[in-house]
Ligand binder design. Structure first.
Ligand SMILES: [Zn+2]
Length: 244
């Protein structure tokens, strides 16, 4: 399984859809003569704009606004309305890619286990309430304070995203004004298989307000989105496809 597949938790899900998904996701694609490579090359050369005939991918999000009676760092300060604005901002960043994030539900709920101080990395997984995790969406957990602005971690077969509502970013020219939207958009880039690219104007740079995606990143994210069964598609007009 490729790192992207591991991150996405695709496993057998993908194998039912794509018999050889590594041809699309792995670096070795440029050395193979497989027919699929030719198709991907055509896709990568198709230009910066989404073609009118290409679908919009609809990526469901379940947003969890964590609370805690004892741990101030775990107590998210965002209202559901502010969380909605965060997703709207992330969608503005991703708009030209033909990928749209849709909030399936926003929950305000207690963290499962929160100690006196924010845990490092994988310790954050202890915060996840057991009953509200949705295995057909990217689950986004918002808390108040932790190391870094956001992080993506594997949780079972899916990646989960943690974001702190106190996120701070380095301002760069042409960057976005809503740091939370940018942090969410960046982490969702990872969830869709993108790596860091340290150009300050780029969405996948670390810790800046940069928000641009290049064609290769857009194509990679779309290819990965296309392999996930619970990611929907809408026609180019934005109407959701219900059959076919
Ligand atoms: Zn990152």
């Amino acid at each position: 399984m490729t790192p992207v597949q591991t991150l996405l938790g695709l496993g057998s899900q993908v194998n039912r859809v794509h018999p050889r998904p590594n041809l699309l996701l792995g670096h070795s694609i440029w050395s193979t003569k497989d027919l699929l490579m030719g198709l991907l090359v055509l896709l990568l050369q198709s230009g910066g704009q989404l073609k009118a005939s290409e679908p919009v991918f609809l990526v469901p999000l379940r947003v969890h606004l964590l609370s805690s009676e004892t741990s101030d760092w775990a107590r998210c300060r965002l209202s559901p309305g502010q969380a909605s604005a965060m997703v709207t901002g992330a969608n503005q960043i991703w708009a030209s890619s033909g990928i749209r994030f849709e909030v399936e539900r926003t929950l305000q709920e207690p963290a499962r286990e929160a100690g006196p101080r924010p845990p490092s990395k994988r310790g954050l997984l202890e915060l996840i309430p057991r009953s509200s995790f949705l295995d057909s969406a990217f689950n986004i957990y918002v808390l108040h304070e932790m190391e870094g602005n956001g992080i993506i971690l594997p949780h079972g077969r899916l990646p989960v995203v943690f974001i702190k509502d106190s996120a701070r970013l380095r301002t760069v020219p042409e960057g976005v004004s809503n740091p939370l939207a940018r942090v969410l958009a960046h982490e969702l880039g990872h969830a869709l298989g993108l790596s860091h690219r340290q150009n300050v104007y780029n969405l996948m740079a670390s810790g800046t307000t940069g928000a641009s995606l290049n064609q290769q990143e857009t194509d990679t994210a779309r290819i990965n989105a296309s392999t996930v069964l619970w990611i929907g598609r809408a026609g180019p007009e934005g109407d959701e496809e219900t059959s076919q």
